[in-house]
Write a protein that binds this ligand. Structure first.
Ligand code: C2O
Ligand code: CU
Length: 456
């Protein structure tokens, strides 16, 4: 595959996504729409044609939805594509019927039809929404956007920026999306990677900033398969939330920030650069640091740095699961290229169009991986017996990762599992319904790595 040669660094102004605020209360007004439709977007550098994408409301990414914690979010999804689709509200501890998973919690919405999403958002934080019908193709074509649930009292920052990181696999001549979404190479290896990496729908995003300005940066990895390894230059600060959920106290930002597909991190940073620039950089395929988001600095927000920020207020129901009572479960992840699955099993698997299994099964099947009673504490061990990392995501409930010493890590909804290692999570099964449990490398999910649990 030919690579995009980006010979110059164009500077784009910050992209102003429209902020749609949900109305509180249930006044009888026309429904607010969220429309899936074909659109064009200038993803590639100037001089390249626009790219035809599938979008929400005609923008790439979709409109930034911003609502207050605890309100009902209502959107009439209108499908103007010529394929069925549905919307998943990633990370929201949602009413199961609104989870948007075609084939499990609802039927896919046929072309020309609508579906009314209506749910409460119990937790403040950084979430996102994306298609959950043939996700590998539909998300890669552009069907995703940020969903921000605001704390009743916003933390003391000068600005709040949402940075949705993504990549696109484009034909280097025409800048159109490579239309093969079922390539066996993608399905059996690391997934579909783009050859153009960018932020908020642009290959190069530069924001303006002032010295000593304090920014809340909400990073969302919306890519199909890419694990972002990031570092900050000229910005210093703290991470304050992971996957939407506030950390008990602000923590130093790791020197290399790893963001697996679907994961989010909220940072509060001060612009500390002495020069005219600051940046978020990513490690590229050649192990070089490359600019992901630039900040052009002019002016001064204050003379000196401020005091460290307070922790974000906790969300409801963040009590840790009772490990002494927890039911132990194990999910072995097997398959893929260069794995240890026997040739016979792999051949049988490939005949069913799959490359991967979770707990020995490819795809969701008729019965859940586990039936849990409501309120039951669970520990679930993922054993990654493959040659690839996998970002395992549980719908409907956040979990705690268990550290190697047995202590509870932060609350998350997606955990990155490393080849040859096992990772244990724990949660209380307090949200009734049928919840998907799958790899968020969407090619893997399409090729077998999709399972589910039932809470009743
Ligand atoms: Cu964002 Cu089923 O996932
Ligand atoms: Cu995977």
């Amino acid at each position: 595959m030919r690579n995009f040669q980006l010979t110059r660094r164009a500077v784009f102004a910050g992209m102003g996504a429209s902020a749609l605020t949900a109305r509180a209360g249930g006044a009888a007004t026309a429904p607010t729409l969220l429309t899936a439709q074909v659109a064009k977007a200038q993803i590639a550098p100037e001089g390249y044609p626009q790219t035809e994408v599938w979008s929400y409301d005609g923008t790439l990414p979709g409109p930034q939805l911003r609502v207050a914690q605890g309100v009902r979010l209502q959107r009439r999804f209108v499908n103007k594509l010529d394929v069925p689709s549905s919307v998943h509200w990633h990370g929201i501890r949602i009413d199961n019927a609104m989870d948007g998973v075609a084939g499990l919690t609802q039927d896919a919405v046929p072309p020309g039809q609508t579906f009314d999403y209506d749910f409460r958002v119990p937790d403040a934080g950084t979430y996102w929404y994306h298609a959950h019908t043939k996700s590998m193709e539909q998300v890669a074509r552009g069907l995703s956007g940020a969903l921000i649930v605001e704390e009743p009292e916003a933390p003391d920052v000068d600005r709040d920026e949402v940075l949705l990181l993504d990549d696109w696999l484009l034909d280097p001549d025409t800048a159109q999306l490579e239309p093969d979404f079922t390539h066996p190479m993608d399905l059996s290896h690391g997934g579909r990677f783009g050859n153009l990496v960018g932020t908020n729908g642009h290959y190069a995003l530069t924001l303006t900033a002032k010295r000593h300005e304090r920014l809340r940066l909400r990073l969302i990895n919306a890519a199909n398969a890419r694990i972002f390894v990031l570092r900050l230059t000229g910005l210093s600060g703290w991470q304050v939330a992971l996957d939407g959920m506030p950390l008990p106290a602000p923590e130093a930002i790791p020197e290399e920030l790893v963001l697996a597909p679907a994961q989010r991190v909220d940072l509060i940073v001060d612009v500390t650069s002495d020069g005219a620039e600051a940046a978020i950089e990513r490690l590229n395929n050649d192990q070089q640091w490359q600019r992901q988001v630039g900040f052009a600095i002019s002016g001064e927000a204050s003379r000196t740095r401020r005091d460290p920020p307070a922790a974000l207020p906790p969300n409801p129901n963040m009590a840790p699961p009772d490990l002494t009572q927890a039911r132990p479960l194990e999910m072995k992840i097997e398959g893929g290229a260069m794995g240890r699955m026997s040739r016979n099993r792999m051949q049988a698997l490939m005949q069913s169009g799959n490359f991967w299994t979770l707990a020995g099964q490819a795809g969701i099947g008729d019965t859940p991986f586990a039936k849990l009673s409501q309120g039951e504490p669970v520990r679930l061990r993922f054993v990654n017996d493959t040659a690839f990392p996998h970002a395992m995501h549980l719908h409907g409930m956040h979990f705690r990762e268990l550290r190697e010493d047995g202590s509870l890590g932060p609350m998350r909804d997606t955990v990155l599992t490393i080849p040859g290692r096992s990772h244990e999570i724990a949660f209380t099964a307090d949200n009734p319904g049928k919840w998907l449990l799958h790899c968020h490398m969407l090619a893997h999910a399409a090729a077998g790595m999709t399972s589910w649990i039932e809470v009743a």
